[in-house]
Structure formats: structure tokens, C-alpha cells
Design a protein around this ligand. Structure first.
Ligand SMILES: [Fe+2]
Length: 448
């Protein structure tokens, strides 16, 4: 074997031995873009001391950053370390080389895509990491699209949001040599019902979202145990809550800007009441403050409007509709229902609220003129379900039975896995739905 090949193999082996989870990018607590932007870099190792350094190449020079770490000791995984460094002074839109050193030796190198100020593409999908063949195929197709960021609409990891499940079928799928996504672009997301405790007395390593992700901490200032906060039981979830630090429970909802788009990310789990005064006030303030943005997107797990027979009565987020319309939200991106759906632009006024799990009735105004090709200015909010990211599909038969769709549903694809590509360029937003082979299943353009 030739020397360069041997050297490459040696460095690969060294890199693999250094990490339990290889370095991955997060937006960090940076809701707003800045002239000197930032990203967080995280990785996981065994619970053992070593001298770690991160270096970022900015302006032709390697600048060192020192990571901190938190320890997570929640069975069944052995105690491990979550290292985190903030890469600072990054030029907007640049692709910045970085490398990670352990005890003086480079053990990892990649390039980070810094938040772009102008045109950009974000890939969106949900209901993802269940370890299926389809999840892997879709991850490869997403990487081939070369996105600038990825947003996951909840049910991030199956079945119970556990650290051990992230290790088994989340990080190896989205952050490998073959699918080098998370090391290149920031992943963002929102917890779904599978990411929070299902059975409060079991699975001490559930709630791993709060320990493993690093996202803005500008959501409602919830404290543990308060109404609207993700439930955690003392004596069961202590290790995860400790490792999460200030992220728990606050990081479940947040907002951020990417280019000229403002994203409002809502924890839509059944324990949250977005009509409760404190929660509603946060949502309204966030949308009001986002009037500077060209586009406004709300992302959550549970859809407001959808046509699938599955989860048909999970309508408890509908009461926020009038607020979204008042402040000019363009798109709502959801998951939970394992297929792809798009509505016409809608306006909805609830007339009858009920308990969780019962239909929320109201009156609809449907923009019948919008077609997304010749008429591209929408009068109302377009609701997307993009929950075909890996888990088993729901209601495959409905794709071909149009009479089973709600009257305002315009696209419905439930017979194959797929993901959404949002391309934003100034006052033009193009949404495309692609399958694992890159086939276009739906496309719509919005303009302002
Ligand atoms: Fe779900």
C-alpha cells in the first residue's frame, strides 16, 4: 500500500477512536445573524480526560477555541462527555475550515457552512431516525442536495428520544463519512411526542434532545415543573436534566433568523397550551418583532390542518391560527403524520374548542386562486406536513383517493418517503418535495 493511503487510513482510525459521536454543528444560542456570526460544535467521547482544542480558519489563520464539557451518566450507555465549543467571528455565508485536536494531534477536519445572509436552501423533514433502510436512503438524498441547514420537525429519534437511540441510529446516519451532513451544516429541530417522556418512570436517558442539541434559548422562560414545560421526574431523569443545564426545559421552543426568513419554533406537545397567557404572549411578541423579515415560518411537530386518517383528531394547535394570519406567517411546517401534505393558503377562525384529542371546529377561508405556478401570491397560510423522513408511512392508500382528502388539501403523497427543500431568494420562495431518488413529488413557488 502506498504511503499516502496508509497515512489516510491511520488518520481515519485515529479519528474513529477519539469519538463516540463525531463533531456536529448546531446554531447555538444565536437567534440573530451577526456580522461576526457563530456556530456551536459538539462531539461526544468516553468519560476520560484529554486536551481538546478546536481551531477555525478565519482570514487565513487558525484561531483556537477551547471546548467545555458536560457529563451524561444515564443508563444504559456508560457515562460519556458532551464537548461543546462556540466557533466565533465567522464571516456570514462563508464555508469555514475547522479541525479538532486531541492531545495536540488533529483527529477531525471538516468545513462549516456559516449562516447565509441572502439566498439559501434549507431541507426539512420529520419523523426520522428509526433505524430503517428508508431513513438511511433519505439521509443520502438530503446530503446530495447540499443544503445550507437542516430542520427536523420532531420525532427526531425513535422510539423514546433516548440518548442510547441517538447513538444507535441518529448520529451514525446523519454524520458519517458517507453522509457528512451534520459536520457541514447546522441541524435544527423541535421535540415531538417521541422526544419527551412517554412513561414517566422509565427510560432515564429520554429527553436527550435537551442535552445533545444546542439551539437558541430565547423561548418562553419556562422553569422545570411549570405548566407548558416538558415533564421530567426527579430521581428518574436527573442525569439528563443536569447535562442539559439551562437548555432544560427552555430550549423546546425558540426562534431564529436565517437570511430574510424568521423561524418561530413551537413545542406542540400535548402538555403545552399555547393559548395560556404567558405562552400566547411570547408567540405574539415573537411574530410582532419579526415584521422586518421577508418570510415568516412556524415550525412544530403537530400539524394544524391535514387530511390523513391517522392523527386526524390531533388538532389542538389550531387555535393559534388567527395569530399566525394576523402577523403574516407564510408557511407552517409540521410532522407527526408520516407522509407529505400541502394545503391551499388558509385562514381559519376557531368556533369551538375542545379537550386535547377532539376536533377543533371553525370556519375556513380558502385561497382558491393560488396555484404556486402562475399565481404565487398567497392569501393565507400554507400548511405543510413533511413527516415522511424515515418512520413507517401512514395511510398509503390516500395518495390515490382524492375524495379522502380535506377540501383544502392540494397535495398528498403517502406512498413513499420524502423531504422538503425550501429555497429562498429574496422575495421568492420555492418549496420542492423530493423522494430518496431525487424525484420531485410536488413543487410550489411563493412570491411577495
Ligand atoms: Fe409524532
Amino acid at each position: 500500500m502506498r504511503l499516502p493511503v496508509l497515512l489516510l487510513l491511520a488518520s481515519l482510525l485515529r479519528a474513529q477512536g477519539a469519538f463516540l459521536v463525531q463533531p456536529y454543528l448546531q446554531l447555538g444560542d444565536a437567534p440573530k445573524a451577526a456580522a461576526a456570526d457563530r456556530l456551536d460544535l459538539l462531539w461526544q467521547t468516553e468519560d476520560r480526560d484529554a486536551a481538546w482544542r478546536v481551531e477555525v480558519k478565519v482570514g487565513g489563520r487558525w484561531k483556537p477555541q477551547v471546548p467545555a464539557f458536560r457529563r451524561l451518566g444515564a443508563p444504559p450507555l456508560p457515562a460519556h462527555r458532551i464537548y461543546q465549543a462556540t466557533l466565533r467571528d465567522l464571516p456570514p455565508g462563508a464555508r469555514v475550515p475547522y479541525r479538532v485536536k486531541r492531545d495536540g494531534a488533529v483527529v477531525f477536519e471538516a468545513q462549516a457552512q456559516v449562516r447565509k445572509p441572502g439566498a439559501h436552501r434549507v431541507v426539512v423533514f420529520g419523523d426520522a431516525a428509526d433505524g430503517s433502510r428508508e431513513q438511511g436512503a433519505l439521509a443520502q438524498a438530503v446530503a446530495a442536495q447540499n443544503p445550507d441547514a437542516v430542520f427536523l420537525t420532531g420525532d427526531l429519534v425513535y422510539g423514546r428520544g433516548r440518548a442510547s437511540e441517538y447513538r444507535a441510529h441518529f448520529f451514525p446516519v446523519y454524520n458519517s463519512e458517507a453522509v457528512p451532513l451534520m459536520r457541514r451544516v447546522p441541524f435544527l429541530g423541535v421535540p415531538g411526542n417521541h422526544d419527551v417522556p412517554w412513561d414517566l418512570q422509565r427510560w432515564p436517558d429520554t429527553l436527550a434532545y435537551f442535552a445533545y442539541w444546542s439551539l437558541p434559548l430565547n423561548g418562553p422562560g419556562l422553569k422545570a415543573g411549570e405548566p407548558g414545560a416538558a415533564p421530567a421526574v426527579r430521581g428518574v431523569h436527573d442525569a439528563v436534566v443536569a447535562a442539559a443545564g439551562p437548555a432544560f426545559p427552555r430550549m423546546a421552543s425558540y426562534s431564529f433568523d436565517y437570511g430574510k426568513v424568521h423561524w418561530t419554533v413551537l413545542d406542540s406537545n400535548a402538555y403545552v397550551d399555547w393559548m395560556a397567557p404567558g405562552m400566547k404572549a411570547w408567540l405574539e411578541e415573537d411574530l410582532k418583532a419579526a415584521q422586518h423579515a421577508t418570510w415568516r415560518i412556524v415550525a412544530l411537530h403537530h400539524p394544524l390542518f391535514q387530511s390523513s386518517r391517522s392523527h386526524m383528531d390531533d388538532q389542538w394547535m389550531r387555535p393559534i391560527s388567527p395569530l399566525l394570519e394576523k402577523y403574516g406567517v407564510d408557511l407552517v411546517l409540521a410532522g407527526h403524520v408520516h407522509n407529505y401534505q400541502r394545503t391551499a393558503p388558509l385562514r381559519f377562525m376557531p368556533t369551538k374548542l375542545g379537550p386535547r384529542g377532539k376536533p377543533v371546529e371553525g370556519t375556513f377561508i380558502v385561497d382558491e386562486a393560488f396555484d404556486g405556478t402562475t399565481i404565487t401570491r398567497a392569501k393565507g397560510v400554507i400548511h405543510i406536513v413533511t413527516g415522511a423522513g424515515g418512520a413507517e408511512l401512514y395511510d398509503r392508500w390516500q395518495t390515490d383517493v382524492r375524495t379522502s382528502w380535506q377540501p383544502w388539501t392540494r397535495a398528498f403523497v403517502s406512498d413513499r418517503h420524502s423531504f422538503t427543500v425550501l429555497g429562498v431568494d429574496g422575495r421568492r420562495l420555492k418549496l420542492r418535495q423530493l423522494d430518496a431518488e431525487g424525484r420531485e413529488l410536488d413543487a410550489v413557488t411563493l412570491t411577495k
